[in-house]
Ligand binder design. Structure first.
Ligand code: HEM
Length: 455
């Protein structure tokens, strides 16, 4: 066995300048073999290896200790760093790009809106959005394609709750721009006409322009006495320091609103889609969730809105959602940047290199989750008993997803109405999916639907 010297670079090759292994990884993601692509590397190079992704040298690491290193290290060693495509599309003042005090200031502001005590008051509003959506897109139909509809639903929920943008041309324009922005999020950053990256940059510029106008309008509303809690933008505009200065700049509001939009709607729509597919494939789990939801629906004979207390009763449904996030995590992984030369696992990692972490490899590790390919919600009977940094669909540490509660509420409210009001059969028996970079089930999951009455 060769002795590892701290000056030894991790094994692997950096490949071609700029492109490196990006295309290989993206190709594997699109054919749903990315975890296998990474496992092959692990067999060849061991648990730590280098590659070049999206223009930068990166070191891939995985497992409990590696995840702890990524999520819990302090910013004197590693900082959050998105690949170039993400930072130029979302903007350099979004919290993914901020560190230290700046990150804390902006994150605290976002959390003041996203924390459970504050979101409690919006359960009814989410309920209305879900019912409206079903009325418009599900009732009277025999066949629907789930993924695009779930994207529409979660986009509308976020637009109305966080940005107070009502239905209409403006919402449609934003929805379109965000779709293009997301498509280029993980792409080789070549800004030539007709590249995905270029199309995303243009969409980002249009969205920023529209958001600037929207912020101007909200500012006027606030001056006229509007409630600072009516939506996220108004809430961010109204946070002031002791000198009565705005704490979050206009640029920070724009960049973070774009991040929340992207982080919030694309992820939750994937979770909802995979839940619907799962219910169709696992009759026992479907029956147990249906029973839990029917009981809640029966206590509302006159169609009253769901409440915070109702959500607390949806315990089994949320366990099923967590097991879905373990097996089909919407976020494939992410990046950090090494801010000084460091040694990790016996290898030397130079300043400015990226660390690449991946959700699925740890979540499908049979030493942590026995029989990992078996769908088993009882793993989440007591989430506190899970080893730390092993269930990471929402990340971990100081950057853990602040939208967890938002995602939980919208998922539970949406599943409640979908499962109690409709039944569905899959129209496509192929149960695979591709990643682009979010998981996309075959053909977007077409289903045949029928309306359902409470038994
Ligand atoms: C099922 C749904 C969701 C999943 C799986 C998810 C996953 C994640 C993950 C893995 C991270 C951490 C990335 C890292 O450490 O590099 C993250 C961060 C983040 N998420 Fe979520 N997310 C979801 C829903 C949401 C929602 C609904 C919102 C907002 C309403 C949101 C807002 C954010 C923000 C702002 C960050 C950055 C936090 C920071 O850097 O401090 N997410 N999310």
């Amino acid at each position: 066995k060769r002795k590892r010297s701290p000056q030894r670079a991790p094994p692997g090759s950096l490949g071609l300048p700029l492109i490196g292994q990006s295309l290989g990884l993206l190709r594997a993601m699109r054919s749903n073999t990315a975890e296998e692509w990474l496992r092959k590397r692990i067999r060849k190079y061991g648990p730590i290896s280098k590659m070049r992704l999206f223009g930068k040298p990166a070191v891939f690491i995985y497992g409990q200790a590696a995840n702890k290193f990524v999520f819990a290290s302090d910013s004197s060693n590693i900082v959050n760093q998105q690949v170039k495509s993400v930072s130029s599309i979302l903007g350099d003042r979004c919290i993914l790009e901020l560190t230290g005090e700046d990150h804390k200031r902006v994150r605290d502001a976002l959390v003041s809106f996203l924390k459970p005590e504050s979101l409690k008051q919006y359960v009814g509003k989410m309920d209305e959005e879900v019912r409206n959506h079903l009325e418009m897109h599900w009732h009277g139909k025999q066949q629907v394609t789930v993924l695009p509809l779930m994207k529409t639903l979660t986009f509308n929920i976020i637009c109305s709750l966080l940005f107070g943008v009502e239905r209409g041309t403006r919402r449609d324009k934003l929805a379109n721009d965000f779709r293009y922005m997301i498509e280029g999020m993980w792409s080789v950053p070549v800004n030539l006409p007709f590249t995905r990256y270029n199309r995303s940059l243009q969409a980002s510029a249009r969205a920023q322009k529209l958001l600037k106008v929207l912020i101007g309008e909200k500012r006027v509303d606030l001056e006229k006495g509007a409630s600072p809690r009516q939506d996220l933008i108004t809430c961010l505009l109204s946070i002031r320091n002791e000198k009565d200065e705005q704490v979050i700049s206009e640029k920070e509001i724009i960049h973070n609103v774009m991040l929340i939009m992207v982080a919030g709607y694309d992820t939750s729509s994937v979770l909802l889609t995979f839940l619907l597919r799962l219910f169709a494939n696992y009759p026992t789990i479907y029956a147990a969730v249906l029973q839990e939801q029917d009981e809640i629906a029966r206590r509302k004979p006159n169609g009253e809105l769901l409440t915070w207390e109702d959500l607390a009763k949806m315990k089994y449904t949320w366990k099923v959602a967590m097991e879905t996030l373990r097996m089909f995590p919407p976020i494939f992984g992410g990046f950090r940047k090494v801010v000084k030369d460091i040694e990790y696992g016996g290898y030397f990692i130079p300043k400015d290199w990226l660390i690449f972490w991946v959700t699925g490899i740890t979540q499908m590790d049979d030493t942590i989750f026995p029989e990992p390919s078996k769908f088993n919600p009882s793993r989440f009977e007591n989430p506190a008993s899970l080893p730390p940094y092993c269930f990471i669909p929402f990340g971990g540490g100081p950057r853990i997803c602040p939208g967890y509660e938002f995602a939980r509420i919208e998922t539970l409210v949406s599943i409640h109405y979908l499962i109690t009001r409709f039944t569905w059969n899959l129209l496509c028996s192929d149960n695979s999916f591709s990643r682009d970079p979010m998981p996309v089930p075959t053909k977007g999951l077409p289903v045949q639907i029928s309306p359902r009455k409470l038994p």
